[in-house]
Each structure stands twice: as C-alpha cells, then as structure tokens.
Design a protein around this ligand. Structure first.
Ligand SMILES: Cc1cc2nc3c(=O)[nH]c(=O)nc-3n(C[C@H](O)[C@H](O)[C@H](O)COP(=O)(O)O)c2cc1C
Length: 368
C-alpha cells in the first residue's frame, strides 16, 4: 500500500482508524528548525472532531507523541522542539473506537466509500473498522507533518490559509486572488467554523443541520491560498507546482476535484478576458489579475497560489441505501450505523492547508 509521497520532504502515513495508533514519518526536515508544539497542537485541534453538530461524535484529542527527529529545547521558554535532521516520527493514539459499528460492512460495502474496491484489492483482509486506512482520521498525521511545514514556511515569509468556499452550493466570500493580506488569509482559520463571511457560515450550518436531520450528508469546497512565494519555483510538465499540490490534495479522502485559479471557469471564456496582463509595481513584475492561480507552466509567477479542493458528501449516511452482499452475491439494503461527519468540509480546511504546506515545502526544500 503506497501511503508515501514527496521528493525532498518525504512523508509516509501509517495506521488505520481503529488500530492502536496512526502516525507519520517525515524525512528531509532540515536540521535546526524550531517548532512550537503549542502551535502544532492548536493546528491539529482545528481538524480534531469538536463534538459540534457538524462533526462526528467520536472523541479524539489527537495529541501527537514524538518518537524521533525532534529534540525538546529544555533551555527555551514554552514547548519548543528542534529538528536534528533524522526522520521525524509522530504517533497519535486511537482511543474512542467502536468497531462493532462496522461489522456488517465486511460483506455489504458502503456506497461511495472504499469498502468494495479495498476488499477486492486486499482479498478481504483490509481492516474495515472505521474505514481502516481509508478513514478521514488518517488526515491527523498529515496535519502534523503539515504543521511542521507551515512553521518552516512562515519563518520564510510564506503564509498559507484556507476557508470553506462553499457547502452544498452556498458560497463564502472568496479570497481576492491578487491582493490577500495576511490578516484576511488567516482569519477564517481562527474561527470555530472557518468562513470569511459569518452570515454565509450561518446558512451553511443550517444546511448541514438540515441534511443531518434527514440522515443525509452534504459536500462542499475548500479554497486555499499561499502568499509570499517568489517567482520561478517549480518545474515544467510532470513535476509542476500544480502536479505536486494536486498529488497531496488527492491524498485527502473525499477530494474529488482540484482547480487552480479560475480552473474550470477558464474553459468557458476568452483569452482576451482571462489572460493575466503584466504590470510593474514597486519595481516588481506582477499580474493585474490572477486567473491562473499564481502558476504558469508549472512554475510560480510570484502571485498568490489559489487552489480549491472539492469534497464529496460524506459517503456514510444514515438513510437506507442499495448495496450488495458479497458473500451470497445478492442485492441488499444497507443501513449504516456509527458516528460520521454530516459534512467533511469544516474539518477538511486544516487538512487542505497541511497538504499544500507539505507540497510547497517539498518544492522549496532545495532553497530552504
Ligand atoms: C476529515 C475527514 C473526515 C471524514 N469523515 C468521514 C465519515 O465520518 N464517514 C465517511 O463515510 N467518510 C468520511 N470521510 C471520507 C472517506 O474517508 C472517503 O470518502 C473514503 O475513504 C473514500 O475515498 P474517496 O472519497 O477519496 O474516494 C472523511 C474524510 C475526511 C477528510
């Protein structure tokens, strides 16, 4: 099973939703980097289930335990760790598991979850409990590695932020693709429900509650921006910035689409309208618009990177669904038990930031 990625910063994610622990090995973190564990815990807390109506009722603290690669700086104030150059390994215990909720899924796969293809690929030996290795829970270790990368980038003036762009078609206020202040970029991430416009957030919350009340789920989009990147980073063709970011984003379960800049909208328009014209501003080359999301030819332009990830509705819904029984090869109705997120999107916001941070660090590692 390939759960590894990266060229310069290599990350490997391990564990299953109900195994003793999940975790990550991050190789390539330069020596001498300082990390504030308080910041890392706060970042991971944004992804952890909150007990709020729009998240799963599973209770996990998601406290990372460092096994290697980071040494505590005893002389520093606060909870500061320093990288020693060896691979960083962190584990996160699984504590609140209720595996019996998943027993019927071994033979009756959930529509739109990974149960059926995983059963075929792993000859029925796949860990079905809580979605096993395919669970959204595996984004906790991604967030740990992402938190390290975010700190390294922040020190170099590169900031990454994200917000809920839409839920079930209800839109938040998007980022200004040309001019994003750090305050604006980071403000949604400081909120319990990460949106730019609180009134849009209220309407999204109502829709999620309404879907949950019907035993249903709802999808949405996360928008992420990266500011402070120099022009000229990345490579053409297969190692482009878009390729590397997309690879990381598709590692987040339930991501079914990724677009940069105006993405699919560009295909409906004209070059004269969508080309990003150049100008000199404060002695620097900039573009007047940023329909291309800060990337041309796979290489950064120096404008903010704008990327959106589309999340499908949570597959595990309480409403009865058509499935099949793989043991007797007959159609069967499935009613899913257990605790599930009625909407993945709010918890996915830090996951998207983490994936993008890992990708950008991987791209920048040679110049870090
Ligand atoms: C943060 C997060 C939480 C998730 N929670 C659930 C959940 O509670 N129930 C569920 O069925 N799927 C959940 N998922 C999505 C599934 O893991 C995912 O749809 C499944 O593995 C199939 O993969 P695919 O959708 O990428 O094809 C979650 C995903 C993320 C990122």
């Amino acid at each position: 099973m390939s759960s590894e990625t990266g060229k310069n910063i290599k990350i490997s994610v391990f564990g299953q939703s109900h195994s003793e622990a999940i975790g990550v090995v991050a190789d390539g973190i330069p020596a001498g980097e300082r990390f504030d564990m308080e910041k890392i815990r706060a970042f991971m807390g944004r992804r952890a289930p909150s007990g709020k109506a729009y998240t799963t009722m599973r209770k996990e603290t998601d406290a990372p335990r460092i096994l290697s690669g980071l040494l505590k700086d005893e002389s520093a104030e606060g909870d500061i760790y320093v990288s020693c150059g060896a691979p960083v390994c962190a584990v996160i215990e699984n504590k609140d598991t209720r595996s019996k909720d998943y027993e019927n899924l071994r033979f009756v796969p959930r529509p739109s979850h990974a149960d059926y293809p995983a059963c075929i690929k792993y000859k029925g030996f796949n860990d079905i409990r809580g979605g096993g290795h395919f669970s959204g829970r595996l984004t906790a270790p991604i967030c740990f590695a992402g938190a390290l990368c975010k700190e390294m980038l922040e020190r170099r003036g590169i900031r990454i932020g994200a917000h809920i762009y839409s839920v079930g078609g209800i839109k938040d206020e998007p980022y200004d693709a040309v001019n994003i202040s750090t305050e604006k970029l980071l403000s949604a991430g400081k909120k319990e429900f990460p949106v730019n416009s609180d009134s849009s957030g209220e309407r999204m919350l109502e829709l999620i509650a309404e879907a949950k009340g019907r035993g249903d789920s709802v999808g949405g989009i996360v928008e992420c921006a990266v500011t402070g990147l120099a022009p000229g980073l990345g490579d053409p063709m297969f190692d482009g910035v878009e390729n590397i970011i997309s690879r990381l984003l598709f590692g987040i379960p339930a991501v079914k689409g990724v677009e940069f800049g105006d993405g699919f909208l560009l295909s409906d328009s004209f070059g004269s309208r969508m080309n990003d014209a150049y100008e000199i501003s404060d002695g620097k080359v900039r573009t007047k618009t940023n329909h291309n999301g800060g990337i041309l030819g796979g290489i950064t332009t120096g404008m903010p990177i704008i990327v959106r990830a589309a999340f499908k509705p949570t597959p595990s819904v309480a409403i009865s669904q058509d499935s099949v029984n793989l043991a007797d090869m007959k159609d069967e109705k499935l009613v899913i038990h257990g605790r599930h997120d009625p909407c993945i999107v709010p918890r996915a916001v830090p996951c998207v930031e983490a994936a993008v941070a890992i990708a950008v660090c991987d791209i920048m590692a040679p110049v870090l």
